[in-house]
Design a protein around this ligand. Structure first.
Ligand code: ADP
Ligand code: MG
Length: 696
């Protein structure tokens, strides 16, 4: 059992061990998450007060902090209770006033004896045209003026904690910091000119000029790297552990894959072939695969998945493909079953909807290996679902599944290879932070012949025109989606809005041509509505975001999104990805409720101007922040205190490579640098990593 290194003990002591911190103050600190001396080290100053002595308040532009030497003049005590006590002072060029509220006359007389010289420091302001300092921070005899720090760090505060308390506490915490062994590769240290850890924290708290506060300042950058590296090392440990869990060697013979490819009306793209190659190489290795397949909507991930699943079957095992919704699972079934059948492979579906008899039959066939490929929903996670020899689990549209479920699925086989597919192009920085434990294949090439989708912004005031246009398009035999707005958190409200819209559109376009799907509909009705739309019986499908992910109806060429300004960019991109899949030129109408704010307008313009999912996700990240881009299910985001996840992507990449290399060279972290890395993991409180290194 690994335990916290002794060198860190002083930093993990009670906060009350620090100078000036009693139990009450400790409670105040806890409000900003500061519970141990260690925590204080990573609360860096956000700005800097220059208290270097200057000649006169006339030399600065108030309001600002100054330090000047003055001769004390007249005292003017508060004549009326509640009015301030004023002391006139004279610096090298001008006279100004020191102002005190609720002043103690005797104390002031002692501090500022008339006719004597003092150094005062504080914020000078103009009041009625006269310069004044209210409650100076320092009033000292000239001989004692050295006690004024010439550069004073300014910290983020909370109620009950003053700058002085904070500064004192930090200084005290710094005395507990030891010179820790170096965990960063020497070459990186040299390349970036980074100081050692102790020097970095010391300097981080002692900025001397504004540029010392910049993200790129060497001490800060090093501390940021430490945070990022600790996180990447955690991910790398998780990855190593997964890979080490003895993988099953699955080698295909291409027979089934070739049969399927021969039956397709198109050729796979280069990116599809490359990804299949990467996947089958992983499957053939004795390590466990943990791979992410990233590909924009319409890039053809399903085919890649099928070829990988067929490899599992060729290798004598089974494969499973998980979809986030019933609709998608059915769609996969419909797309894949004919291809599988044609190749002589048994492919079945398992969802929560199977009746008990049917379900029992399927479970038996799975356990005996008669079902070779299973397509399913969450229902597959259930305990009684047992495979004969599961080799590969494909998880489609992963952002709907949590990381834990990914792991659960992995437990269904001896050492199931895992392929996660996502259509949400995640900005590189976030991908590194959240998927650093995976290897990544990218489908960066779309199947040929796709027409661009014409995206138009339209005010909801033109609702009637839009409906009239739809009527014409439908008469021409085209099909369309109509996505209803997100009306808050409740599905019920969303559903009510969809039903309401369904009624209006049906009245306008005709009873038979309009269908409806939303999450609250009984599943049989949902299927029926989808089926009617796929078959072209209904021409317009009114829907909530249930159609967001993966739905593929090539004949649909119009997408109307109501209150588009309420959606995230990535979500709009997903929705728009439902059209532009067939031979017809497609249109996407982004309907908004005016007046549109500037930010909202900018977002919708991004949608209008590009169809590149990566560009859109980068923009989404800039406009909304990481949490929103990834959504709730994906909250595997680290919370960095110093590093900036969104802009320090380069450091993340460096850290990822370095962490993987370190583990490759020293898998148990027992070498010199490995031991140092352990100290880092404890320092950064990487609980998960610590558990991983503890179990060995
Ligand atoms: P996504 O990556 O969004 O899941 P799909 O796998 O649903 O994309 O594929 C979108 C459409 O493109 C499907 O109709 C599929 O049959 C088709 N498709 C896939 N690969 C190719 C290809 N190489 N050439 C032409 N069409 C393809
Ligand atoms: Mg898909």
């Amino acid at each position: 059992m690994s335990r916290r290194p002794e060198i860190l003990f002083p930093l993990f002591a009670e906060l009350t061990k620090l100078d000036g911190i009693g139990p009450k103050m400790a409670k105040n600190f806890a409000k900003i998450g500061v519970e141990r001396p260690r925590d204080l080290l990573f609360v860096l100053p956000h700005s800097l007060i220059n208290r270097a002595l200057i000649a006169s308040v006339q030399d600065v532009q108030p309001p600002c902090v100054v330090t000047v030497e003055v001769v004390v003049g007249m005292h003017r005590p508060n004549a009326v209770k509640g009015r301030p006590y004023r002391v006139t002072v004279q610096d090298a060029k001008t006279s100004f006033q020191l102002v005190f509220f609720h002043a103690h006359k005797d104390w002031l007389g002692e501090q500022l004896p008339s006719g004597q010289r003092r150094v005062v420091s504080g914020k000078v302001e103009l009041f009625d045209g006269v310069a004044q300092i209210v409650h100076p921070d320092f009033i000292l005899r000239v001989e004692a003026a050295d006690a004024i720090p010439s550069n004073e760090p300014v910290y983020p505060l909370t109620a009950g904690v003053t700058q002085k308390t904070m500064q004192k506490a930090v200084a005290s915490a710094l005395t507990r910091a030891a010179d820790l062994p170096e965990w960063i590769a020497p070459s990186l240290i040299a390349k970036h000119g980074w100081p050692g850890w102790l020097e970095a924290v010391q300097k981080g708290h002692a900025p001397e000029k504004p540029s010392d506060l910049a993200r790129e300042a060497a001490p800060r950058e090093r501390l940021a790297y430490d945070e990022i590296f600790a996180h990447q090392l955690t991910l790398a440990l998780a990855r190593a552990k997964l890979r080490r869990a003895k993988g099953v060697v699955t080698v295909g013979n291409c027979k089934l894959r070739n049969r399927v490819l021969a039956a397709l009306p198109f050729k796979p793209t280069g990116a599809q072939l490359r990804s299949v190659g990467e996947i089958t190489t992983d499957m053939a290795a004795p390590l466990r695969m943990n791979r992410l397949l990233q590909g924009d909507v319409g890039s053809g991930k399903t085919l890649v998945a099928l070829l990988a699943l067929l490899t599992a079957v060729e290798g004598g095992g089974q494969g499973v493909m998980m979809a986030p919704t019933e609709i998608l699972a059915r769609q996969h079934l419909e797309a894949l079953q004919p291809l599988a059948e044609n190749a002589g492979v048994v492919l079945e579906i398992l969802t929560g909807r199977d009746k008990s008899g049917e379900r029992r039959g399927k479970l038996a066939a799975l356990a005996s290996g008669d079902i070779q490929i299973l397509v399913g929903t969450h229902a597959v996670f259930q305990k009684d679902v047992v495979f004969s020899d599961l080799r590969l689990a494909v998880i489609d549209e992963q952002h709907r599944f949590g990381v834990r479920q990914r792991m659960d699925l992995g437990n269904k086989g001896a050492a199931v290879d895992i392929l996660v597919m996502t259509a949400t192009p995640i900005p590189r920085s976030l991908a590194l932070a959240t998927h650093g434990d995976m290897d990544v294949s990218v489908l960066d090439e779309k199947p040929p012949g796709r027409l661009p989708v014409d995206t138009v912004l339209v005010s909801k005031e033109r609702f009637d025109q839009v409906v009239a246009r739809l009527k014409v398009a439908i008469a021409e035999g085209r099909q369309a989606y109509w996505v209803c707005p997100l009306v808050g958190e409740s599905e019920i409200v969303e559903w009510a809005a969809a039903e309401e819209r369904f009624r209006t559109l049906r009245a306008a376009l005709g009873e038979d041509v309009v269908g409806l799907v939303h999450g609250q509909l009984p599943s049989a009705e949902k299927d029926a509505a989808m089926a009617r739309f796929v078959a072209g019986k209904t021409k317009l499908l009114v829907a909530t975001t249930v159609i967001e992910v993966g739905v593929d109806v090539p004949k649909a060429s119009i997408m109307v999104i109501e209150q588009a300004e309420k959606f995230g960019l990535s979500q709009l991109h997903q929705l728009r990805g439902r059209v532009g899949r067939g031979a017809d030129a497609s249109t996407c109408l982004l309907m908004y409720a005016p007046p549109l704010g500037e930010a909202a307008l900018r977002r919708l313009k991004v949608m209008r101007d590009t169809e590149d999912g990566f560009k859109i996700s980068e923009e989404d990240l800039r406009l909304r922040g990481a949490g929103d881009v990834l959504g709730v299910a994906q909250s595997g985001l680290p919370r960095f205190q110093i590093a900036d996840l969104e802009v320090q992507a380069d450091l993340q990449k460096i850290a990822q490579d370095d962490a993987r290399l370190l583990l490759f060279e020293d898998p148990d972290l027992d070498g010199e640098r490995g031991q140092a890395a352990r100290v880092l993991l404890y320092l950064m409180e990487q609980e998960k990593a610590i558990r991983l290194i503890s179990v060995g």
